[in-house]
Write a protein that binds this ligand. Structure first.
Ligand code: T46
Length: 131
């Protein structure tokens, strides 16, 4: 699977690092929504769904977690542990996010507003829908 990683260039000086994300330059879509996940226990699995239309970029801005991506043909797991790297998750991609460290903060940039009807929460339905 060809997973797209987006590298953000931090502005670094003796006070620390600052990452700015320019929508037209760094993101493959116009951001309509931003949310973040924190206080996720190490044993939980989040996600377990696909989206019909939504595209997202996930950045673990603190701590770490893993994401398993499944396009219906191939599966790949990526460790998210770098606030300078975003993982692009296209539509029609099953995702499971797990192995959260206690201090993890997962920031998500989304191409669409929240819409429950965009979710495919049944794996068999997902496989059927991409055929
Ligand atoms: C994804 C992973 C990484 C809202 O009201 N607005 C929102 O923008 C979102 C994302 C969620 N919600 C509500 C819906 C549920 O009542 O928050 C609750 C938890 O959402 P969900 O169970 O979908 O959370 P995750 O972590 O399983 O999945 C979320 C995103 O939904 C999903 O698109 O890729 O984070």
């Amino acid at each position: 699977m060809n997973i797209k990683r987006i590298c953000f260039q931090p502005h670094e000086d003796k006070r620390g690092k600052l990452v700015s994300i320019d929508v037209g330059k760094d993101m493959p879509f116009c951001i309509k929504r931003i949310y973040y996940i924190y206080d996720a226990a190490p044993e939980v699995v989040r996600g377990r769904h696909a989206h019909r239309k939504l595209e997202q970029v996930l950045v673990c801005v603190h701590g770490k977690c893993k994401i398993k991506l499944d396009d219906g043909k191939e599966k790949e797991t990526v460790l998210l542990d770098n606030p300078r790297v975003g993982i692009y998750v296209a539509n029609n991609m099953w995702r499971e996010i797990y192995d959260f460290s206690d201090d993890s903060v997962l920031m998500v940039f989304a191409s669409e507003e929240f819409d429950e009807s965009d979710y495919v929460r049944d794996y068999d339905e997902f496989i059927h829908s991409i055929k």
